[in-house]
Design a protein around this ligand. Structure first.
Ligand code: NAP
Length: 377
C-alpha cells in the first residue's frame, strides 16, 4: 500500500470518527432537550413545575408526550407542588384535545372531590374522548357533569398496588401483634405482655376483591392468616374463602377478626361501615379502612370502640380530608390515623400505564381500568 493510500484511509477514518462524534453530540443534545420538555409546557399561569414532586410528574407527562408521536402535552397544571397534584392534557397535531388526565388529589385540593372547578375546563375541551384518573378511584368525578360520550379510565399501575400492599400488611401485622395495646401500655410505662395468637387463628377479611384487594391477599398469604373476601360478583381465589353480594355479607362479616375495606366509593358502598355491619363482626375485631372516608359512619365506629365491641382501627381515609384538628379520631387511643398515604400513584409507572392505554385505544383494543359509568367503578 502506498503512502498516498494510507493517507486517504486515514482521512476517511478521521471523517467517519468526526461524523460519529457529531451524531453523538446531537443525540445527546436531543436527549438533553427531551428531559426538560415538561418544564417548557405552558402551565396556564397556574404554577410552574420546576421543583419537587410536580417536577417528576412533569417529567412523566413529558415522557408521555414523547412516547406518543403526533401528540403534545398542551397544558400541565399543578395547583400545589407539595401535593404533586397534576393535570395533563394531550392534544394531537391539529391541536384537538383528545385525552386528559386528572389526579384525584386534585379533587381533594379543589375540595371535596367535586368536579365543579373542572367543569369549565371540560367545557373548553369539546373533542375530549377519554378522561384518565391518575388515581385508582374515580369518585372525585361528578359523572353527571361529564358528557355521556367521554370514557373514564381509572389508574392501574404497579406503584399503587405496591403501596397498598405495604400499608395493609403493616396495619394487619400491627393489629395482629396488639400494637394498639402496647402503645397504650407504653404511655403508662406498663410492662404488659399479651399471649401470642398464632396467625392461623386470626381471620382476616377484605371487602373489595379487585386490583388492590387481590394484591393484598397475595401478600398476606405467607403469614397463614385465615383469609376471606367479599365482592359484588362471585370470585374464585386460591386459599381465600370468597363471598359475593349483599346476602352473603353477614356470613362474611361474622368471620373477620380484622376487616379491611378496599371498596370503591359508590352509591351502594357509601356508609357501608356502619353500626349494623360493624356489630356483625366478632367481639374484639378491628377495622382497617383504606378505601374512602365516605365508607365509614364515624360516630358508629366511635360508639363500637367505646363499647369495646371493636378493639381498634387504622384509618387512612376520612371525610373530610384533611381531618379537622378538633375531630375526636385524632385523640382516640384505639385509632391510628394516617393522612391518605396508603398508596400514591408513581409518576413514572403511571405515565407508562397511560401511554399503554392510549395505544390500546388507538389499536381498537379495550383499555385497562375502564370504568362502567353506570356502575360507578
Ligand atoms: P377495583 O379493581 O375496581 O375493585 C373493586 C372491588 O370492589 C371489586 O371486587 C368489586 O366487586 C367490589 N365492589 C364494588 N362495589 C361493590 C358492592 N356494592 N358490593 C360488593 N363489592 C363491591 O378497585 P381497586 O383498584 O382495587 O381499588 C379499590 C379502591 O381502593 C378504590 O376505589 C379507592 O377507593 C381505594 N384506594 C385507596 C387508596 C389510598 O391511598 N387509601 C389508594 C388507591 C385506591 P366485583 O369484583 O364484583 O367487581
Amino acid at each position: 500500500m502506498t503512502r498516498a493510500t494510507w493517507l486517504r484511509i486515514h482521512r476517511v477514518l478521521g471523517l467517519a470518527m468526526a461524523a460519529f462524534l457529531l451524531v453523538q453530540a446531537l443525540t445527546g443534545a436531543l436527549l438533553l432537550y427531551r428531559g426538560p420538555v415538561a418544564r417548557m409546557i405552558d402551565p396556564s399561569g397556574m404554577t410552574t413545575q420546576a421543583t419537587g414532586p410536580a417536577c417528576s410528574a412533569g417529567r412523566a407527562v413529558g415522557q408521555a408526550s414523547h412516547a406518543l408521536p403526533g401528540y403534545h402535552v398542551t397544558r400541565l397544571f399543578a395547583p400545589d407542588a407539595e401535593d404533586a397534584t397534576w393535570f395533563a392534557q394531550l392534544s394531537d397535531d391539529s391541536g384537538r384535545t383528545r385525552y386528559a388526565s386528572i389526579d384525584p388529589a386534585g379533587g381533594r385540593v379543589l375540595r371535596a372531590g367535586s368536579l365543579a372547578p373542572s367543569a369549565e375546563l371540560l367545557a373548553g375541551l369539546p373533542n375530549l374522548e377519554i378522561l384518565f384518573s391518575i388515581g385508582a378511584g374515580i369518585d372525585q368525578f361528578d359523572m353527571s357533569a361529564l358528557p355521556p360520550h367521554v370514557r373514564v379510565v381509572r389508574m392501574i399501575e404497579p406503584g399503587i398496588a405496591a403501596g397498598m400492599v405495604e400499608y395493609v400488611t403493616m396495619a394487619v401485622l400491627a393489629l395482629h401483634r396488639n400494637l394498639i395495646d402496647y402503645r397504650e401500655a407504653q404511655k403508662d410505662a406498663r410492662w404488659a405482655p399479651i399471649k401470642l395468637k398464632p396467625a392461623g387463628e386470626r381471620r382476616v377479611g377484605i371487602m373489595g376483591l379487585g386490583n388492590l384487594g387481590q394484591a393484598v391477599l397475595k401478600a398476606l398469604t405467607p403469614f397463614a392468616f385465615a383469609l376471606s373476601g367479599w365482592s359484588r360478583s362471585p370470585r374464585d381465589i386460591e386459599g381465600v374463602t370468597c363471598h359475593a353480594g349483599e346476602a352473603a355479607l353477614p356470613d362474611f362479616l361474622a368471620t373477620c377478626d380484622i376487616l379491611i375495606c378496599l371498596l370503591p366509593l359508590t352509591d351502594e358502598t357509601r356508609g357501608i361501615l356502619c353500626r349494623n355491619s360493624l356489630s356483625q363482626l366478632p367481639g374484639g375485631a378491628a377495622l382497617i379502612n383504606a378505601g374512602r372516608g365516605g365508607h365509614l359512619v364515624e360516630q358508629d365506629l366511635l360508639s363500637l370502640l367505646d363499647e369495646r365491641h371493636l378493639s381498634g382501627a387504622f384509618l387512612d381515609v376520612t371525610d373530610p380530608e384533611p381531618l379537622p384538628a378538633s375531630h375526636p379520631f385524632w385523640a382516640h387511643p384505639r385509632i391510628v390515623i394516617t393522612p391518605h398515604i396508603a398508596s400514591m400513584t408513581r409518576a413514572d409507572s403511571a405515565a407508562r400505564a397511560l401511554i399503554a392505554n392510549i395505544r390500546r385505544h388507538e389499536a381498537g383494543e379495550p383499555m385497562d381500568g375502564e370504568v362502567a359509568r353506570n356502575r360507578g367503578y
